[in-house]
Design a protein around this ligand. Sequence first.
Ligand code: PLP
Length: 452
Amino acid sequence: MSSSVLAPPRRPEIKTELPGPKGKKIVEADAQFVNPAYPRPSFKLVAERASGVWVEDVDGNIFLDCNAGVAVCSTGHCHPDVVKAIKDQAEQLIHMCGTDYYYRHMPQLAEKLDAIVPVPSPTRTHFANSGTEAVETALKLAMHATGREKFIAFFNSFHGRTLGSLSLTSSKAAQRKGFKRQALDVVHVPYPNEFRNPFNAADCGDGGASQGALNWIEERLFLTTTPPEEVAAIIVEAVQGEGGYVPAPKGFLKGLRRICDQHGILLIVDEVQSGMGRTGKMFACEHYDVQPDIICIAKGIGSGLPIGACVSRADLMNWKPGAHASTFGGNPVCIAAALKTIELLEGSLVQNSAEVGAYLKAGLEKLMQKYDCIGDVRGMGMMLGVEFVEDKKSNKPAPDLRDRIEVACFDRGLIILGCGNNSIRWSPPLILTKENVDVALEIFDEAIAASV
Ligand code: PLP
């Protein structure tokens, strides 16, 4: 008898070609009616239902999910406690519009965030519906609080696709093409990627890529195009997500903090992808012992319900009624899901992310020894990147090989997703077990062997 995600299998089960006959019809309808700009990968997953780490497609194929709907389903798919919290709340109050009326959920979650974010308390929270809206809020707030309008961001960053956040985003030309000049005055600095250090030895001194980036800001930008007293904020991902799962090097965020303090610039850390336990701590900033002025959160906070948050030092968020608001932001159902998600994360999942993530990383490092095409394995917790190269000697990026491996994994029932030019991201639900990891690594190994 075939199993289903409702009775969890131990291994993926692929019974049809992919996508199967029902899946094909949906893909065709999608091609006709849905926005073609969605950046879908080469494989086509047509999901029907999911539970924990398992996803079943419309044709009854079962996949092991190591992407979690792009780092969103932090507590696993349809965690029973989260589902119950959503159902209970939906029966009580679905919407009231917190920008005009009050309900207990908003201050409840804002108080909880005040306790867990690395921003110095007291904080205030604006509730949004997505990552990009959390970032838009941060940008508006930084301009409002400082009276300045320039921003410093980093190449290969991803902060969203609305016009303000798009001015920061720089991980792919396709995200920018056709949209003319940047809406905001943003200057980009190379991100201190330690595997591909973009700075020369003179830039770095003896401080490596991190020093290179800091010197670039202080000794080039501030002395030429970007006077520091005109800069509202520096915005940075503690671990670059879409840009390739590249963690900031040690000392870099602290260096940014020092520069910001010296010049009255705000430090905004975008933890939309790296936050909520993904890196084995509640926020990636905590690995670097840095306190931003403003933090952006979304993805993993709602276990799949759309909610974002911009949490700021309270003294900065002193704007007047009407300056910023959102009809749906922080609706009671999403907040109920977020409160339950945080409870589960604090209960055991952040720790599981650290422990099982370390186990997964050790397995990936073994594969790096086995295969000349794996140039780098990096990251913390369950935010791990694997970079594919032509060979270790040249370290030349191998984007086509990466794409083939992604598809080969899918064909074998493992969902993983590319990021950056030539990397694969591992961003599984934080409930992943060591047993799941063994299965995932076996498939990944097979997929690489079949693709090189
Ligand atoms: N910021 C980061 C770091 C992200 O990874 C993303 C999405 O991938 C965003 C912002 C935008 O989030 P959303 O797609 O919810 O607007």
